[in-house]
Design a protein around this ligand. Structure first.
Ligand SMILES: CC/C=C\CC(=O)SCCNC(=O)CCNC(=O)[C@H](O)C(C)(C)COP(=O)(O)OP(=O)(O)OC[C@H]1O[C@@H](n2cnc3c(N)ncnc32)[C@H](O)[C@@H]1OP(=O)(O)O
Length: 476
């Protein structure tokens, strides 16, 4: 362990990436010439071994970092570099992740990385953890976890970041997000990924109690998709992969349609440098919900100081609560201007989302029945202020338009009154000028509409990664 730590990364994660001729996955056709065919087929780094079978287009990534494949900064850096190389390699369509160690897939985050480290090191580490998840969950490859041993915490995150999980049928092996048992709270994106895998209630129980599931129990709740004898884990993964690769276009649209919301972290409003990533990754949703609790609006830099709610409890309920908070008469949502009590909670619980759309309708910004009268609800970020559009027109189109607004070279939507540079990505919660699209490197009209309609959300999520607010690593 000490050796692992002593040999830790000499350069930051982003530094490592910048040393590669990294191109966007959007530019898969522009594979960097620095990767020869041979290099792409096989790659071995101290902790990771990758074999790409060019006849099938399937790569097997073997984690080989004894004793337990713990996810140190070194490990994560190597993992992400290997993932990025495969992502850029057009011949690679599927990825299987497994372990060379007996009994252990991965023990999760290296706990020594969380102890006694400098803030800078912590920042690098947490960025690398999140990068691992972003790269895996947002991959354009079909991904299968061949779980041939225990896979707690971060190991479980890696597994649920894949499209499919095959686990060794051995009741001694366990898997789960047990962070709460360790006295730490899994970040919301761990939680969201688990919810997407096992559903809300199972995720809630699992996270609040920090449960580790035996292989058979994991199958019961859907945490893994299939159990097979231990010596068949990899071969089954390879067979299964061929089914995934037979689905037309599976590597893009269908994959993304399910994941795009989870990946779009943009609404956290985290702009970066002022808060360390780890600070925010843990706290942003907790804080945002606490802020919304009437009478509790005091927490240090956000104004809230209360601590009576356990993080795990709150982290998992924040979305549900945020709906309730919108009930007029139950809360004073000064930011919405809703103060009345004329509507019952149930009425609002069902309508608040629809109404929030309505608030965005130009010329309909005064919603007397909600008590909202101010101009604060104009779509200032879209530049739409007029009343030229009818309600129904907008109710159906506002989302589509907001996508279109993000299309470089299409920022002039004459019929909406939007003319240009004011189309920062403020709808993502990013308010600074640094989050305009030019910031992402997209300045021209070189991309077609359809290209962007599919990718804009993907890109916006990257903007949301604290400390990663430039997309400099992508060549668009
Ligand atoms: C906000 C999100 C935060 C965190 C997410 C995380 O991922 S935190 C990490 C959580 N991980 C765990 O709780 C797993 C702990 N480990 C285990 O349960 C077992 O080690 C495991 C994986 C089931 C394997 O058991 P086995 O009996 O085969 O090995 P043993 O326990 O004897 O461990 C061997 C050596 O590995 C060291 N080690 C184990 N886990 C970690 C880890 N996560 N990080 C660093 N080091 C780890 C363990 O201390 C042993 O070291 P040694 O020097 O030989 O004593």
């Amino acid at each position: 362990m000490a050796n692992v730590l002593r040999n830790s990364a000499k350069f930051g994660f982003s530094g490592v990436l910048s040393q590669l001729s990294i191109h966007s996955r959007h530019g898969r056709e522009c594979v960097s010439p620095c990767f020869s065919l041979q290099q792409r087929n096989n790659s071995t780094s101290p902790k990771i071994k990758v074999d790409l079978d060019s006849s099938t287009g399937v790569a097997v990534l073997r984690m080989q970092s004894p004793p337990v494949n713990s996810l140190s900064l070194d490990f994560l850096t190597e993992f992400c570099i290997n993932l990025e190389k495969l992502e850029m390699d057009r011949s690679c369509r599927g990825l299987i992740i497994t372990s060379t160690l007996s009994k252990v897939f991965s023990a999760g985050l290296d706990i020594m990385e969380m102890y006694g480290k400098s803030p800078e090191r912590c920042g690098e580490f947490w960025k690398a953890v999140q990068e691992m998840w972003l790269k895996l969950y947002g991959s354009n490859m079909a991904t299968i976890a061949a779980i041939n041993g225990s896979s707690p915490a971060g190991g479980c995150l890696m597994s649920i970041g894949c499209d499919y999980r095959i686990m060794a049928d051995n009741p001694r092996y366990s898997i789960g997000l047990n962070e709460t048992q360790l006295g730490i709270v899994a970040p919301f994106w761990f939680k969201d990924t688990l919810v997407n895998t096992v559903g809300n209630r199972a995720a809630e129980l699992s996270l609040e109690l920090g449960l580790l599931y035996s292989a058979p129990d994991a199958l019961k709740i859907g945490l893994v998709d299939q159990l097979v004898p231990e010596d068949q884990v990899l071969s089954t993964a390879q067979d299964t992969m061929s089914k995934w690769l037979a689905v037309p276009g599976q590597n893009t649209l269908s994959h993304w349609l399910y994941r795009v919301r989870t990946l779009s972290l943009s609404h956290t409003g985290c702009t970066g440098s002022e808060h360390s990533p780890s600070h925010w990754l843990y706290r942003v949703r907790t804080l945002s919900l606490t802020l919304a609790v009437p009478g509790q609006n005091t927490l240090s830099h956000t104004g809230c100081t209360r601590s009576e709610h356990s993080p795990s409890h709150w982290l998992y309920r924040v979305r549900t609560l945020s709906l309730t908070l919108a009930v007029p008469g139950q809360n004073t949502l000064s930011h919405t201007g809703c103060t009345g009590s004329e509507y019952s909670p149930s009425h609002w619980l069902y309508r608040v989302r629809i109404l929030s759309l309505t608030l965005a309708v130009p010329g309909q910004n005064t919603l007397p029945h909600t008590g909202c009268t101010g101009s604060e609800h104009s779509l200032s970020h879209t530049g739409c202020t007029g009343s030229e559009h009818s309600l129904s027109h907008w109710l159906y189109r506002v989302r589509i338009l907001s996508l279109t607004l993000a299309v470089p070279g299409q920022n002039t939507l004459p019929h909406t009154g939007c003319t240009g540079s004011e189309h920062s990505l403020s709808h993502t919660g990013c308010t600074g000028s640094e989050h305009t699209l030019p910031h992402t490197g997209c300045t021209g009209s070189e991309y077609s509409l359809s290209h962007w309609l599919y990718r804009v959300r993907t890109l916006s999520l990257t903007l949301a990664v604290p400390g990663q607010n430039t997309l400099s690593q992508y060549t668009l």
